[in-house]
Design a protein around this ligand. Structure first.
Ligand code: ADP
Length: 346
């Protein structure tokens, strides 16, 4: 009776539900799996459940599943399932091991949810970001050019208001340009077309250039740099971009303490660059999330600090593509230290 009750429960769920034995063999599917796939229990047991999965995801799917079964860690995977009419739709599958009192795995219980619409919306959003940033690039480049001409023409003018206005426009155009190129980078990361152009260069020379540049825009902050130098083989532009981002954040989130310390040191065949500030800091929960796309810390001051929450995401992607690491330590009210490492040339 109890089994009948649970079967009824599982069969009335719109999600796909399945179970597996300790060796990872799937041994039960609810009705929704048969309705969706149009397959009979005999067909599934003959050719396996993997026949429903899109051929492009089969290999990774089987590998991930095996990994979970052998490690006992939860299974989480996105893949397309073939519907009875031949259409593939995206699903998010999750499986959790059920353990006995002693902690030994007894079986696995899994669910798959249709995420096709979420996927499509995400694609539309990515497409929009890509289009919008491309379209914004041309006018902003033109404005930038004209501001430069105006500055060189009227830079020595007596008109203080004119000079100040041009300076403000120049600074704001720079902010806009950064924002647009960040959005373009987001699109590149999403489509997998963020290419690295690696060369050999000395890390401290690059750091010095970046610090000078950021110091120029923020004359009331004190930047001090020290540490060991090393030659790395990396994308100089991209690594500079990461450092600019960390320094700009250090300034932005330290409105009342103006000292920023930049260090470089060698650790385990890696060169580590750190940026310390004594600003507002970040609490533990947020520290784990700030490297995610569009993540911003929420709080009463949130509007005081402009931004999109994409700088650290781009930085972490750049560092990951260099086989490096990026991390943060911080204490609210005391300040933050960001670290990134890239392998030394060997
Ligand atoms: P943005 O600054 O545009 O919001 P980022 O991706 O650069 O985006 O940073 C994500 C979030 O991490 C920020 O919104 C901020 O809350 C937090 N953060 C980043 N750097 C610092 C810092 N140096 N001090 C305090 N908070 C920071």
């Amino acid at each position: 009776e109890r089994e009948e009750k649970f079967r009824l429960l599982a069969d009335s769920m719109p999600q796909h539900i399945w179970t597996a034995d300790t060796a990872g063999n799937l041994n039960y599917f609810n009705r929704s799996v048969y309705d969706y796939s149009g397959l009979t229990p005999e067909q599934i047991s003959k050719d396996g459940w993997i026949q429903i999965v899109h051929p492009e995801e089969r290999e990774a799917n089987a590998a991930e599943w095996l990994k979970s079964v052998s490690s006992g860690n939860d299974f989480l995977f996105e893949h397309r399932f073939r519907r009875y009419d031949g259409e593939y739709r995206w699903q998010l599958s999750k499986a959790i091991p059920q353990r006995d009192a002693a902690g030994a795995i007894q079986m696995w219980v899994g669910t798959s949810n249709d995420i096709q619409e979420i996927k499509e919306q995400e694609q539309q959003k990515d497409f929009f970001i890509s289009m919008a940033s491309h379209e914004l690039k041309t006018p902003i480049t033109s404005i930038k050019g004209y501001v430069q001409i105006l500055q060189s023409t009227y830079g020595k003018s007596e008109d203080a208001f004119l000079k100040k206005s041009l300076k403000v426009i120049d600074k704001q155009v720079l902010t806009l340009t950064r924002l647009i190129s960040d959005l373009l980078d987001i699109s590149k990361i999403k489509s997998g077309s963020l290419v690295l152009t690696k060369t050999e260069f000395e890390i401290t020379a690059m750091m010095q250039e970046v610090v000078t540049q950021v110091q120029h825009i923020n004359p009331d902050y004190l930047f001090s740099m020290s540490g060991n130098t090393a030659v790395v083989y990396a994308d100089r532009e991209r690594i500079s971009q990461v450092l600019i981002n960390l320094l700009t954040n250090a300034v932005k989130y330290s409105p009342n303490s103006k000292e920023i310390i930049i260090k470089s040191f060698i650790e385990d065949d890696q060169v580590v660059v750190s940026v310390h500030d004594t600003g507002i800091g970040i609490n533990k929960i947020d520290q784990e999330k700030i490297f995610e796309r569009f993540y911003r810390v929420e709080g009463k001051d949130e509007r005081t600090y402009p931004g999109f929450g994409i700088g650290l995401f781009i930085s972490s992607q750049i560092i990951q593509r260099h086989q490096g690491k990026i991390s943060v330590t911080s204490e609210p009210g005391k300040g933050s230290a960001f670290y990134f490492s890239i392998p030394l040339i060997n």
